[in-house]
Design a protein around this ligand. Structure first.
Ligand code: AMP
Ligand code: MG
Length: 424
């Protein structure tokens, strides 16, 4: 683990006493440093395979059997020995009937077996003829199309070979992985335990929907939107969330909230209060109780970002502007939480997509633009990319990852991070 570098405090709000601006940190460097701090949690737990979607596997799953266990038919039809077929008017007798779940006998000479999808091939047969290519008549069946050895047979072990590791420790389980685990007989899985997160919002301007009606909002008040999407994002990552509500913009209240949360959470996550304003009490509160790193990350939106430790708990402070909070969560907090669970692949995969828009304003920071896939297979851009406009993140299908100093011309290929890779 790299040592945390404490940040010195400005003297009571005086602009002259402020430390010089921190140099901007590239996103990749910030992520690498953050992941070094994310030592995987020590304990894992055993859960039903039914309940393991989205969890991170804490064991290798080795198969004790071939899947399929036997060669079997992939069609409803007839199992044949190809050498018995002498032409389209060869009439063969049906010597046995094999349904899925039963097993056949050695195929009698110059005969065929009625067989159904998934039923094991009878010994002696080397192909299946689909029933559409056959004509059943009294006392037999004509096979109208010449059978080829091996056709319509699923081979034993073609999905999973006995002894193979089909899922590895550190893989995040998807619905398909649960099916695969079940196909080799696992009813229970050892997975990383859930990350316990304390979520706090800072800001005296915040009001809660449901508590204050729109007509009763005081001048300057805004609804707390970050609390809702951050809680949902954490829950999608399988976290157990303690929603500790809104902390007033006071140092003593912030210190009290953090010290209360640090004992029984793996991570304290806040939004707001990490910029350089006099009402930003998150940084001094973390410094009072533990260690703080404050980064100015070279991305737009989402520049200020704080992390550190309070006792045994990790601390992450996100910017207050909703889109900045959202973007820094998906780019930094999500990989951090996945790594705490021991996940190996934590970085989302960008895909190349054609820009059907132009972006003439190159920024000195790497930008994450809210964009949407159009039916022509290109990307459209939301027209207001301000860090306060949450509508952009709802409208979009993902983020265009635009390098610093780069403009985009219509038709350029850009790197696109689909929300499907960021929000689960
Ligand atoms: P701050 O980082 O605290 O200076 O906040 C930056 C901006 O984000 C301000 O306009 C805040 O009002 C706004 N903001 C902070 N927290 C939230 C929140 N939980 N929901 C919506 N907006 C917020
Ligand atoms: Mg604030």
């Amino acid at each position: 683990m790299s040592p945390l570098d404490p940040v010195s405090l400005p003297a009571s709000g005086s602009a002259a006493a402020r430390p010089p601006p921190t140099p901007l940190k590239p996103l990749d460097q910030a992520l690498a440093e953050l992941l070094v701090l994310a030592a995987p949690l020590a304990h894992s737990e055993c859960v039903s395979t039914f309940d393991a979607d989205g969890r991170v596997l804490a064991q290798d799953l080795r198969s004790g059997l071939d899947v399929p266990a036997h060669d079997n038919s992939s069609m409803d039809g007839y199992a044949v020995r190809c050498s018995d077929w002498q032409g389209a008017d060869t009439r063969l007798q049906v010597s046995q009937r094999i349904a899925a779940g039963s097993s056949g006998q050695l195929l009698a000479p110059v005969s065929i077996a009625r067989i159904f999808t998934g039923a094991p091939m009878p010994p002696g047969a080397d192909a299946v003829v689909m029933q559409e290519d056959c004509e059943a008549v009294d006392g037999g069946v004509f096979i109208r199309v010449q059978p080829r050895p091996g056709q319509w047979i699923r081979r034993h072990g073609e999905d999973v070979a006995s002894g193979a590791v089909v899922l590895h420790s550190g893989e995040r389980l998807s619905p398909a992985s649960l099916g695969l685990a079940a196909s080799i007989g696992f009813a229970q899985l050892q997975v990383a335990r859930r990350v316990r997160v304390a979520l706090l919002s800072t800001g005296d301007e915040l009001a809660m929907p449901g508590e204050v009606a729109p007509a009763d909002m005081l001048p300057g008040a805004i609804y707390n939107s970050n609390r809702f999407f951050l809680k949902a994002l954490l829950q999608r990552l399988g976290c157990t969330v303690s929603d500790l509500g809104i902390v007033p913009d006071r140092l003593d209240a912030t210190v009290q909230a953090f010290s209360g949360a640090s004992g029984h959470h793996d991570l304290i996550l806040t939004s707001g209060g990490v910029s350089v304003g006099e009402e930003d009490h998150v940084k001094p509160a973390v410094q009072t109780l533990g260690e703080l790193k404050l980064w100015q990350i070279a991305i737009k939106p989402g520049k200020p970002f704080a992390c550190g430790k309070i006792g045994a708990a990790h601390f992450i402070g996100l910017p207050g502007n909703p889109v900045s909070s959202f973007v820094t969560f998906v780019l930094l907090v999500r990989p951090f939480i996945l790594r705490l669970q021991g996940a190996v692949d934590v970085a989302p995969q960008a895909i190349p997509v054609r820009a059907d828009f132009a972006w003439a304003k190159a920024d000195k920071r790497r930008e994450f633009l809210r964009a949407r896939l159009n039916p022509a297979g290109g990307l459209d851009l939301f027209d207001n990319q301000s860090s306060g406009v949450l509508t952009s993140a709802v409208w979009a299908d993902g983020l265009v990852d635009n390098p610093a100093g780069q403009t985009i011309a219509r038709g350029d290929t850009v790197r696109f991070l689909p929300f499907s890779a960021l929000l689960s």
